[in-house]
Design a binder for this molecule. Structure first.
Ligand code: RP5
Length: 161
């Protein structure tokens, strides 16, 4: 059983999507990551999502590039939240992926993060924040993470001229 399902349209998306997996790992959240496509393997995607949901998954993170319908299709198949991560694409640099996710018509939402690694990491942190609402231990971890991050930024030195 995994708490988070991380899905991406292709194994080529892993370089970006591993940031989401890393956040899950850092916060002690179990995850299962799969490369499954909305158009190349629609049946397998549906089957995997059903299995994940049955075994207690609480949220999905979906990353795809180009005409990135994966997150929208995934959101249509579940009542669980699906966070979208636009993957940088070859010609349009991920703007196409971003618009495909963020411009979902009203009714099936895809909360969409930034293009690329920052978005993948923030998708992981969004799941953390969601779980922290009901889990005091997770909340404590998030408080510690924020404090550590703030300290690092506040103590950073600018280079001398
Ligand atoms: C999308 O097409 C994937 O999410 C990936 O970002 C993009 C390119 O896929 P590959 O041609 O590298 O398999 O479906």
């Amino acid at each position: 059983m995994a708490t988070v399902g991380i899905v991406m349209g292709s194994t080529s998306d892993w370089e970006v999507m591993k940031e989401a997996a890393q956040v899950c790992k850092d916060f002690g959240i179990s995850y299962e990551a799969r490369a499954l496509s909305a158009h190349r393997t629609p049946a397998e995607l549906e089957e995997w999502m059903e299995e994940m949901e049955k075994s207690g998954c609480k949220a999905f993170i979906a990353g795809a590039g180009g005409a990135a319908h994966l997150a929208g299709v995934a959101a249509a198949k579940t009542l669980l939240p699906v966070f979208g991560v636009p993957i940088p694409s070859k010609y349009l640099k991920g703007l196409d992926s971003l618009l495909a996710m963020v411009q979902m018509p009203k009714g099936i939402p895809v909360p969409t993060l930034a293009i690329g690694e920052a978005g993948a990491g923030n998708a992981g942190l969004s799941v953390v924040a969601m779980l922290a609402v009901f889990d005091p231990e997770m909340r404590k971890k998030l408080v510690d993470f924020r404090a550590k991050q703030a300290k690092k930024v506040a103590e950073a030195k600018l280079p001398e001229l």
